[in-house]
Ligand binder design. Structure first.
Ligand code: BEZ
Ligand code: FE
Length: 291
């Protein structure tokens, strides 16, 4: 393969990659090369623009660390994460929809008893969250594992703060035998995704803001059901129509109900106004893999 030119280079690369014994890799690379070359042709990519692109991806890689995943931010802000989730989680109408995972989940969140306060000691407005975990036919799913995580009332996750000595604003609970869950926390605020790096610069160049509407993350697992990764968004909040990472779904917007001071769902007197959220999750049955 010599003297390759603008017309012949694409097929040459595809052929060179075709000896892999990994069929899926071969298919993915075939399509990737085809689309990448088509893109360069379509926009008539200049050498200077190619260099800017390479520098951008280098910067994205260099800012990554165990607590900063800039490639996920890039995927999220380009809508790729939402596309991949949408095409991999098609489910019957009525099931709770999935949305982006985000970069602030940790593997070792504290395990708390139902009813506990996962934001103990954090300043903010008290929030009492409860609901039921069910299947699509209304059947109760007992003892599901419910992991929740959230920003604080200034829009920061615990892992974004320096020198934290324990996790706050996150926990793993188990629903009871009737599928019910409830816990206490504080009301999280809308926040900007980390935008002091290359993805932030990209958003600025595109005249886009980095904000996400206020939300509470959930990951729910139960034997025999598809794992659900989702959020519950605050109704009437800002940025619901312009989420920086395209994660909002109407079915995930719920009323965060404000109450004046008085007896809260935990039976204790609250001297300040507090909020409640009542949200049921409907899980999809796990697909049975063909033998
Ligand atoms: C989040 O909601 O935690 C999140 C999602 C995508 C990008 C940044 C943050
Ligand atoms: Fe979040």
């Amino acid at each position: 393969m010599k003297n390759l030119d603008e017309r012949t280079i694409t097929q040459a690369v595809i052929e060179r990659n075709s000896f892999s014994s990994n069929e899926r890799l071969k298919d993915v690379m075939h399509s990737l090369v085809q689309h990448l070359h088509s893109f360069a042709r379509e926009v008539e990519l200049t050498e200077e623009e190619w260099e800017i692109g390479v520098k951008f991806l280098t910067d994205v890689g260099q800012i990554c660390s165990p607590t900063r995943q800039e490639f996920i931010l890039l995927s999220d802000t380009l809508g790729l994460s939402t596309l991949v989730i949408a095409q991999n989680h098609k489910k019957p109408i009525g099931c709770t929809e999935a949305t982006v995972f985000g970069p602030f989940h940790v593997q070792d969140a504290p395990r708390l008893e139902l009813g506990s306060n996962m934001s103990e000691g954090v300043k903010g407005t008290s929030w009492f969250v409860n609901g039921v975990i069910k299947g699509i036919d209304g059947q109760i799913i007992p003892h599901a594992e419910i992991e929740a995580w959230q920003a604080d009332d200034e829009g920061f996750y615990d892992v974004q703060k320096e020198n934290i000595d324990k996790y706050q604003g996150r926990a793993i609970f188990h629903a009871d035998k009737d599928g019910k869950y409830h816990f206490q926390t504080i009301v999280p605020e809308a926040y900007p995704i980390p935008h002091d790096g290359p993805v932030g610069k990209m958003l600025e160049a595109l005249n886009r803001h980095p904000w996400r509407p206020a939300h509470l993350h959930f990951m729910i697992s139960a034997p025999g059901y598809e794992r659900l990764v989702t959020h519950v968004f605050k109704d009437k909040g800002d940025y619901l129509d312009s989420d920086a990472v395209f994660g909002v779904r109407t079915s995930l917007i719920a009323e965060w109900v404000k109450h004046e001071s008085g007896i809260a769902p935990n039976g204790e007197y609250q001297s300040h106004p507090f909020y409640t959220l009542d949200f049921d999750f409907i899980l999809n049955k796990q697909k049975v893999e063909a033998a």
